[in-house]
Design a binder for this molecule. Structure first.
Ligand code: A2P
Length: 311
């Protein structure tokens, strides 16, 4: 059974969720509805999407077609165009695309406050390049201003909880200086190569639940001898072992799988012995796996470097 957690708002949130990212192609986005529906049928009740993923409308459709009542499903989406000047348009676009009434959790996608220029989510618009071919930030006002708007959105009732994504201790401290509402969640990259014990402890001390994206760390982590050894010990797959490690640490993992069998696997997890949790944590390398490198020229074109995130 999926564990249940409580947000600092008092609302309950399932302890494992389905990552609903797509490859951003029209077919990939269309397909998403089918595997989200499959996951809901298997018992998934936390769905994690974002304006950036292009899947809000199909996730909403899956929720409506699932036959499960709206109140039983926890829908997260994320503010991508974090610049305060386009905040309300961003929120209304997400609400309209989802078409499920309200959002259970609305996350500020990053501490970078993008400015919106033009239509659509073309990568050139999301990550415009400067004259050297590197990612360019169009505008970078203080994210505290955007957070104040998140608080206003909470007051409207259109979103039932608010949180952040890709925040470090440093950026959370800056946020909390002016925040009237403490974020309910901080969603970050987390896996055995990026354990972030300090960030987890900090969030715990503030009542902020940590959610993990890229929760397995892919084959980098899954192929390690220790992971294989422990997976054998618990008679599970490496993915199940690593997801169980998140649960043991009080983290909500958000694995994505398009396959019903693997979706089922990912919510069927063993309880790990504390010493095994520690052994897995000792694999830490402080290694981020999700920086976006341009495959053609090898240059960094995403703006998700630690430096740009203010980590
Ligand atoms: P698939 O969709 O074919 O199951 P992330 O959650 O970091 O986005 O990773 C998603 C990737 O992990 C997908 O390619 C998915 O493949 C794969 N995956 C998810 N669950 C499992 C599992 N239990 N075993 C093997 N691969 C998995």
């Amino acid at each position: 059974a999926i564990p249940i957690r409580k947000l600092n708002t008092g609302a309950v949130i399932p302890g494992i969720g389905l990552g609903c990212g797509s490859d951003l192609t029209p077919e990939g986005i269309r397909e998403t509805k089918n595997w989200v529906l499959s996951a809901i049928k298997l018992g998934y009740r936390l769905l994690d999407t974002a304006a950036l993923y292009g899947t809000e409308s199909v996730v909403g459709k899956a929720v409506r077609e699932s036959g499960v009542s709206r109140e039983e499903i926890f829908v997260t989406t994320k503010l991508h165009w974090t610049h305060p000047s386009i905040f309300w348009k961003s929120l209304d676009d997400s609400l309209e695309a989802l078409n499920v009434g309200y959002v259970d959790l609305y996350l500020m996608h990053s501490p970078i406050t993008w400015k919106y220029e033009g239509d659509g989510f073309g990568m050139d618009k999301i990550f415009p390049k400067d004259e050297n071919g590197n990612a360019k930030l169009l505008d970078h006002p203080n994210f505290n201003e955007t957070w104040a708007m998140m608080e206003m959105a909470l007051a409207t009732g259109k979103v039932r909880a608010i949180g952040v994504s890709n925040f470090s201790i440093k950026t959370l401290e800056q946020l909390l200086k002016t925040a009237k509402v403490v974020p309910a969640v901080n969603q970050v990259e987390m896996h055995p190569f990026l354990v972030q014990e300090d960030l987890l402890q900090y969030c715990r001390s503030k009542g902020i639940i940590v959610e993990a994206y890229t929760p397995t760390g892919y084959s980098n982590v899954l192929d390690l001898p220790l992971i294989k050894e422990l997976a054998d010990k618990y008679n599970v797959t490496p993915v199940q072992l690593v997801l169980a490690w998140h649960i043991a640490r009080g983290v909500i993992p958000l694995p994505k799988s398009t396959n019903a069998g693997r979706q089922k696997q990912n919510i069927t997890l063993p309880t790990l012995d504390p010493e095994d949790v520690k052994r897995i944590s000792s694999l830490d390398r402080g290694e981020r796996l999700t920086q976006i490198i341009d495959k053609k020229d090898g240059r960094l074109w995403g703006a998700w470097t630690a430096e740009q995130l203010g980590w």
